[in-house]
Design a protein around this ligand. Structure first.
Ligand code: 0O2
Length: 249
């Protein structure tokens, strides 16, 4: 290999490394945002809507395959503009309502621009696939200025995730030619996932309403209303009265 070729190769390698680093930084930034939301939500609502978060960056081979498949111009700038899922984050939630809550919290951040939103929960794919997909654009602060990167965010429940990972394995095991009976079984399983998610959501709502009622009752018990004025009843007084009552009984 000539010195010139080597020099060019080294230059390209540096450019490619910087290109891939941008996506890693984009993911790091988004992970921090998600971590903050999780902690704040836990503190305010005493509840964490996110079960787990996974992230990945497409390998250069996988990017190249997409470049050929989509017939994209072979330059880093056009790849950056056209392939919007080089960086991906998957957020798994317990309940469907959490998916929309997490999505809303991310969409409301002023440095996040939502480029595309696909709601495969409202409109599942024909095979039964469900998830909420967002393509977002976020700024990455580099030493020589701001660069914007796209990140694909997939938000789904644990049950949807379970289904999608099995479907993915089956799809590749059969080299994308899945036998008809398995396609049918997967669709049935997806219907069960939908039913289970709805049932769990209803149970969760019922329990939370019960918690709210109990909390309301407890705070009401601590107040004494006299002449339209509220007075706090000291906790020690309440406790001594109730223990005295138990002893008498
Ligand atoms: P990987 O390895 O997970 O990244 P695109 O081809 O991405 O430009 P498309 O297909 O319209 O456009 O995007 P869509 O529908 O938003 O889906 C993108 C990703 O969602 C996929 O990425 C999968 O991760 C997931 N996905 C979509 N449909 C299905 C499905 O039927 N089953 C499963 N298991 N996952 C699905 P990649 O690039 O295919 O793969």
């Amino acid at each position: 290999m000539s010195t010139l070729d080597l020099k060019q190769l080294k230059k390209f390698k540096n450019e490619l490394t910087r290109f891939m680093m941008l996506y890693q930084f984009g993911i790091d930034e988004l992970n921090t945002k998600i971590e903050i939301l999780q902690q704040e939500f836990q503190y305010i609502h005493d509840y964490n809507p996110i079960e787990h978060v996974k992230s990945r960056i497409k390998t250069p081979e996988s990017i190249l395959k997409k470049v050929y498949r989509k017939n994209i111009d072979f330059s880093l700038s056009s790849i950056k503009e056209t392939i919007k899922d080089i960086a991906g984050i998957r957020i798994t939630c317990s309940f469907i309502s959490d998916i929309y809550e997490v999505s809303r919290m991310l969409e409301n951040q002023s440095d996040i621009e939502v480029i595309e939103k696909k709601d495969y929960i409202l409109n599942p794919k024909p095979n039964g696939y469900q998830s909420l997909h967002l393509i977002i654009k976020i700024p990455v602060y580099m030493s020589d200025g701001i660069e914007y990167v796209f990140v694909e965010v997939q938000i789904r429940t644990i049950a949807m995730d379970f289904w999608a990972s099995l479907e993915h394995k089956i799809f590749y095991k059969y080299n994308k030619e899945v036998p008809a009976h398995l396609i049918n079984e997967l669709k049935h399983a997806a219907d069960t996932v939908e039913m289970l998610d709805k049932k769990m959501e209803a149970l969760h709502k019922e329990i939370r309403e019960l918690d709210d009622e109990e909390a309301e009752l407890e705070s009401e018990m601590k107040l004494l209303n006299l002449n339209s004025e509220n007075f706090n009843i000291p906790m020690a007084l309440l406790e001594s009265i109730s223990s005295k009552k138990i002893n008498e009984d």
